[in-house]
Write a protein that binds this ligand. Structure first.
Ligand code: ADP
Length: 452
């Protein structure tokens, strides 16, 4: 087992990894930018190293600084968390070349799934259904338009190197296709230094349902059921739950088997997520695979009674997976709400600043993953996620009531948060009955405003 793990991340996920390391008896190293000096992950780690000025490109994305920090502190492994360098194959490569273990899949596996057009091909080869679309990247706007006509509008133009909703545009008709195509291309170039794009048919009312997978170096791949992430704003997840209110036992096992088949095809090692769109008729289509731990992993942990981050660390150290052969039994229902320092009434504009009061909720089945405390200043440089509230109940009704009281009892003063907005979404009849799709919030945009 590792002696010391460096966490190449910040915020709640850095704390999450530190906690897992502690339970495993592993020492930890925090890295931080000058804006994060007062951060909890710095305080809780055994060692800490400042890696540069506030902007991520000068600190959390600086590979030489991270490697130097690991070498100086004697870390024998690096956990990338999510975001930042977690899906950067060359980072995993440099880590390995420095004789440090990367806690995650191999550079090849990251590369194969990181190119979404290639991942689609891999899925097709593995016999996993994909959304109807182009076989690979399109050559130019004329080629693309011809493909779009064949698929039928609306279509979605996606960056092959995409992620985080960037370089993704929906064209409703031929008239606006050219404009969206160019926009997707230039966004992709700016965000990923790669302007390759491909097309998919844009489904009208899909749900986003994803399967958590885990693979070890002994050739085993298992899945830990699904998460439903259909409540989204601009293709970004806001609320996630497990199990999915829309999945039958048969579809669950078919989707799980499809995810495992794809992961096995590349001998996947570590935690990963295979994302699908579930159509209204019950058919599902592969969308992409994320080769890292995800923000919403706690809903799986709560319903499977299993620590995914500890398992990531164990399998990276070469140990056999602890997930039993028959998988893990689902227990009850879990929901996660992402709390952001943002103002929904102002187009979700980020609201960084000083947190004056902080009182997280508690009680049975309530978990809060956060790096906040009273007196902490939310810096303006990074993602505005400030807390995740996760609840577990014996069934969905209990989980809903629990989330409701948890959000009600969550007091954060000093910065504007999305808590009241999340409360309104939760109370919406469609969410109450579990009858939502990825365009639910688009239709119900009045939820962004405080009722008069
Ligand atoms: P990213 O990697 O940028 O997160 P994804 O490919 O995972 O992008 O898609 C993100 C979201 O966009 C999905 O959860 C879904 O809401 C929407 N989406 C993507 N592809 C389609 C599609 N073909 N039809 C309808 N919605 C889609």
């Amino acid at each position: 087992m590792f002696k010391k793990v460096l966490i190449a991340n910040r915020g709640e996920i850095a704390l999450r990894v530190i906690r897992a390391c502690r339970e495993l008896g592993i020492a930890t190293v925090a890295v931080f930018s000058e804006a994060d000096r007062e951060s909890l992950h710095v305080r809780f780690a055994d060692d800490d190293v400042c890696i540069g000025p506030p902007p991520a490109r000068d600190s959390y994305l600086k590979i030489p600084q991270l490697i130097a920090a690991a070498e100086i502190t004697g870390a024998d492994a690096i956990h990338p968390g999510y975001g930042f360098l977690s899906e950067r194959a060359e980072f995993a490569e440099i880590v390995a070349a420095s004789n440090i273990t990367f806690i995650g899949p191999t550079p090849d596996q990251i590369r194969q799934m990181g190119d979404k057009a290639q991942a689609r091909r891999l899925a097709q080869e593995a016999g996993v259904p994909t959304v109807p679309g182009t076989p690979g990247p399109v050559a130019d706007v004329d080629d693309a338009l011809a493909c779009a006509r064949e698929l039928g509008f609306p279509v979605i133009i996606k960056a092959a190197a995409g992620g985080g909703g960037k370089g993704m545009r929906v064209a409703q008709s031929e008239e606006d296709f050219g404009r969206h195509f160019q926009l997707a291309r230039s966004e992709a170039l700016a965000a990923f230094a790669n302007d390759a794009v491909y097309l998919e048919k844009y489904l009208a009312r899909p749900r986003h349902v994803e399967i958590q997978v885990m693979g070890d170096t002994h050739g085993r791949v298992a899945h830990l059921n699904e998460r439903d992430c259909s409540v989204q704003r601009r293709h970004q997840k806001l609320i996630e739950e497990a199990p999915s209110p829309a999945l039958t036992a048969e579809t669950r096992s078919a989707m799980g088997a499809a995810a495992v088949k794809l992961a096995k095809r590349i001998d996947y090692v570590g935690a990963g997520t295979v994302e699908f769109l579930l159509d209204t008729d019950g058919s599902f289509y592969f969308m992409e695979m994320n080769t890292r731990i995800q923000v919403e992993h706690p809903v799986t942990e709560m319903t499977c009674g299993f620590d995914l981050v500890k398992e990531q660390i164990r399998v990276a150290a070469g140990e056999r997976m602890e997930i039993p052969k028959g998988g893990l039994r689902l227990r009850g229902h879990a929901i996660e709400c992402r709390v952001n320092a943002e103002d929904p009434a102002r187009n979700f504009q980020p609201c960084p600043g000083l947190v004056t009061t902080f009182h997280p909720p508690g009680g049975p089945g309530v978990r809060v993953d956060t790096h906040l405390y009273a007196g902490y200043t939310v810096p303006p440089y990074y993602d505005s996620l400030i807390a995740k509230v996760i609840v577990h109940g014996n069934d969905r009704t209990e989980a809903l009531a629990r989330m409701h009281q948890a959000l009600d009892g969550f007091i954060i003063e000093g910065v504007t948060t999305t808590i009241p907005f999340l409360g309104r979404v939760l109370m919406h009849p469609a969410f109450q009955t579990g009858d939502v799709d990825t365009k639910f919030l688009e239709r119900e945009s009045h939820l962004m405003q405080e009722p008069a």
